[in-house]
Design a binder for this molecule. Structure first.
Ligand code: RP5
Length: 173
């Protein structure tokens, strides 16, 4: 997305990319410029800390971090910046994301990480939440958010009207 990046989308490994692409898709939907980087709290700790320390002066407003297993990336970034940090716990380990959820969400008071759900639902919501944060100072984004909420409502109500026919068909099969 062209323009000065407002959102940093970080992930601990390239193996996280397929799920974190869901987050990027939402930012694209709203035309929000972003940067995507692989940075690991464990494997590239110096570089990760440096990025977090410079994020605000680089013009970022929100930092999104996806990581799996012992998922410390979001917390490690939050330790070095006062920008809002959104954490996306990713599944993929033998514990299926429960490990990443707890590693991301249980931050000590004073260093919050806005923790999303596990996996692609969380990745999408990270994008939505970043847009909502940016919309606080952007009326055009606020209008787009309201429009999309309206579309969602319409879709739910429409699906409700077609349910009796679909149910009848299902019960026949
Ligand atoms: C975490 O370990 C990464 O965020 C990734 O989800 C997980 C596994 O990483 P790879 O071994 O696939 O590089 O740090």
């Amino acid at each position: 997305m062209p323009g000065k990046a407002k959102v940093a989308v970080l992930m601990g490994s390239e193996s996280d990319l397929p799920v974190m692409a869901e987050c990027v898709r939402i930012l694209d939907l709203y035309g929000v410029p972003y940067t995507v980087k692989i940075l690991s709290a464990h494997r590239s700790p110096e570089q990760a800390a440096r990025f977090a320390r410079g994020a605000e002066s680089a013009g970022y407003k929100v930092v999104i971090c996806g990581a799996g297993a012992a998922a410390h990336l979001a917390g490690a970034m939050a330790a070095h910046t006062t920008l809002p940090v959104i954490g996306v716990p990713l599944a993929g380990s033998p514990l299926a994301g429960f490990d990443s959820l707890l590693s991301t969400v249980q931050m000590p008071p004073g260093i919050p990480v806005a923790t999303m759900g596990v996996g692609s639902m969380g990745a999408k919501n990270a994008g939505h939440l970043a847009v909502q944060i940016l919309a606080l100072s952007n009326a055009a984004l606020r209008r787009k958010l309201a429009q999309r909420r309206g579309l969602m409502t319409t879709a739910v109500l429409e699906s409700s009207t077609t349910v009796p026919g679909k149910l009848k068909k299902l019960l026949k099969d």
